[in-house]
Design a binder for this molecule. Structure first.
Ligand code: AMP
Ligand code: ZN
Length: 493
């Protein structure tokens, strides 16, 4: 018997706006698709939050014994600047500005994405398909949408006919919009627009002569519309209807709405049973975003090299900070908030370390079984990690009382307590003890600062052999020194 058979999970389904009891389409198996990054620049902490939320969900399903096929794509073509369909492709623009091949841009930022998520201890998805690897499938589905009568060609581009689709389907049902309102609130088409209506969206865009990312198609050279890749890759690997589709809240409209329209138009069935949306990480009360510059890169938080931060924070502390908020709530990043998380995380780790040394007795003052059930109940209630963490701190309180001799615990309960904390803290929340030890991080920074000072003195005495030796040997250990106007800083890779 698998653990999931004893648990009933409720998920907030963005489509119904309600918490629903989760039932897997195929017993014991879960198909989950999450929109991945557009790889044209470094991922920021906001992006990381969304991927961390779905990593926690993936981990919990696996913990319960489900076989999960988790598909998270890489958008390496088709996503236009400012999401406007007449703009430039984000990757092509970066390639032009930096005089790189588009695929060099893709490679660079895909590597950055993988390295960053690995630092935060995210598990790799089961499949990580790319948009450019599925051009043929995208062309095929456009043909199918054409055959069903929901697409039209204009000047080498192909558009989805939203008004026609809306006659027999409900465009806007995910984001709670009505087509009539959208029509009233949107701008008029300009003379250059090929679309019949502003609500229509591109399935295929004609490539102008200067456009470097282009593929041949029945409609001429061009490239696929952004929404199409997710419809194609999710259904190719998970089936025409699958269990869970996730992404950040900002993707609900138009991206996910268009995905629903494309899938229903071509396959005649709803693609997703549970739509899940993770909420935004904000900074100074505003959404963290690449385009506005209101963001922090993970590297800056690990080294503390950002004016918002008073010190560096380890990946596990940042992850713990994220997990202290429910995935569907907005979370604001501030130095004070992460400092508080660091304190909490250290307390949790210290208590976990203390369990093995606890003396046992013939009775328990702490009902470990009931507490474990509360931990599961929190996770079953739409993955409520803040409530789970509150329960973990209830255990911390008991561990400390037992340590002080004010409460007692049996050997069996002690073992169960250690196992349950291990399950929830490391396996489900994905925290790591080694990287999370704040005391060690502080010690490391103290030692490196001392060496920076020795190096400075050596340079002042023109002893460059010693100063270079300090820099080089630190580099061998993966600690890079950077000399700047304000003095020398360091980063750990
Ligand atoms: P992008 O690379 O811009 O397509 O974004 C990748 C993922 O990060 C998407 O699921 C976005 O919804 C999500 N995302 C973008 N900005 C934020 C933010 N400030 N907080 C949380 N998630 C975000
Ligand atoms: Zn997507």
């Amino acid at each position: 018997m698998q653990a999931y058979q004893n648990q009933s999970i409720k998920i907030h389904n963005s489509l119904s706006g309600k918490k629903e009891v989760f039932e897997a389409l195929n017993e014991g198996h879960i198909g989950m698709y999450v929109c991945g990054p557009t790889v044209y620049s470094n991922v920021h902490l906001g992006n990381c939050r969304t991927f961390m939320s779905f990593d926690m969900i993936f981990r919990y399903f696996k913990h319960l014994g489900y076989k999960v096929r988790y598909v998270r794509n890489i958008t390496d073509a088709g996503h236009m600047v400012d999401d406007a369909e007449d703009g430039e492709d984000k990757i092509a623009k970066k390639a032009r500005l930096e005089q790189l091949e588009p695929m060099e841009v893709v490679q660079r930022y895909t590597l950055d994405f993988h390295n960053t998520l690995a630092k935060f201890n995210l598990l790799p998805p089961s499949i990580e398909p790319t948009a450019t690897g599925h051009i043929i499938e995208q062309i095929e589905i456009i043909k199918e949408i054409f055959e069903k009568g929901y697409a039209y060609e204009a000047n080498g581009s192909v558009y989805f006919d939203v008004a026609k689709f809306n006659k027999t389907h409900e465009y806007g049902k995910l984001s709670g919009r009505k087509l009539e309102d959208m029509i009233t609130n949107t701008r008029e088409l300009t003379a250059q627009d090929d679309k019949k209506s502003p609500q229509d969206f591109a399935l295929w865009k004609k490539a102008e002569p200067q456009h470097i990312m282009r593929w041949p198609s029945p409609w001429g050279d061009g490239f696929p519309g952004w929404h199409l890749e997710c419809t194609v890759m999710s259904t190719k690997y998970l089936g025409k209807t699958f269990d869970i589709h996730g992404g950040g809240m900002d993707l609900k409209f138009p991206h996910h709405e268009c995905e629903i329209a494309q899938a229903e138009a071509s396959y005649g069935q709803p693609p997703v049973r549970y739509w899940m949306h993770a909420n935004m990480l904000t900074m100074n009360g505003k959404k963290m975003a690449k385009s506005t510059g209101n963001n922090i890169l993970p590297g800056e938080i690990f080294t503390g090299e950002n004016e918002l931060l008073s010190k560096p924070f380890s990946p596990s502390v940042v992850r713990f900070f994220m997990m202290q908020a429910h995935y569907a709530s907005i979370l604001d990043l501030s130095d004070d908030a992460i400092l508080a998380s660091e304190k909490g995380f250290t307390k949790l780790m210290e208590a976990f370390d203390a369990i093995s040394g606890l003396k046992t007795g013939d009775k328990s003052d702490f009902d470990v079984k009931a507490w474990e059930q509360q931990c599961y109940a929190a996770m079953n209630d739409d993955f409520n990690t803040p409530i789970l963490i509150a329960h973990l701190f209830e255990a911390v309180r008991h561990i400390n009382l037992i340590k002080e001799g004010k409460e007692s615990i049996t050997a069996t309960d002690k073992e169960a307590l250690q196992q349950t904390i291990n399950n929830f803290v490391f396996e489900v929340l994905g925290l790591e003890q080694k990287a999370g030890n704040a005391a060690d991080t502080e010690k490391l920074s103290g030692v490196v600062e001392m060496l920076i000072q020795f190096r400075k003195e050596a340079r002042e005495n023109k002893d460059f052999a010693t100063s270079d030796k300090i820099r080089d040997q630190l580099a061998e250990l993966g600690i890079q020194l950077k000399d700047g106007k304000e003095g020398t800083t360091f980063s750990v890779s």
